[in-house]
Write a protein that binds this ligand. Structure first.
Ligand code: SF4
Length: 60
């Protein structure tokens, strides 16, 4: 959904946020790069709104 906010298409490599799981472990790494605009113009940050597990919370 992050890439959809920016470009109106779904493409993980075009997202500001990335999440990856380390193979063989339960470790998950995520990062947000400088292109994140906190979903300017949207009613709410989409990475938080559409996370199926409620794992993200964007702090103002
Ligand atoms: S708030 Fe989340 S969905 Fe919105 S631009 Fe930033 S990382 Fe992407």
């Amino acid at each position: 959904m992050c890439s959809f906010h920016h470009h109106r298409y779904i493409e993980p490599s075009a997202s500001s946020i990335s999440v990856r799981r380390q193979n063989g472990t339960e470790l998950i790494f995520w990062s947000v790069d400088e292109t994140c605009d906190l979903c300017k113009g949207e009613p709410a940050p989409w990475c938080e709104k559409f996370c199926a597990y409620g794992a993200l919370r964007v702090m103002p």
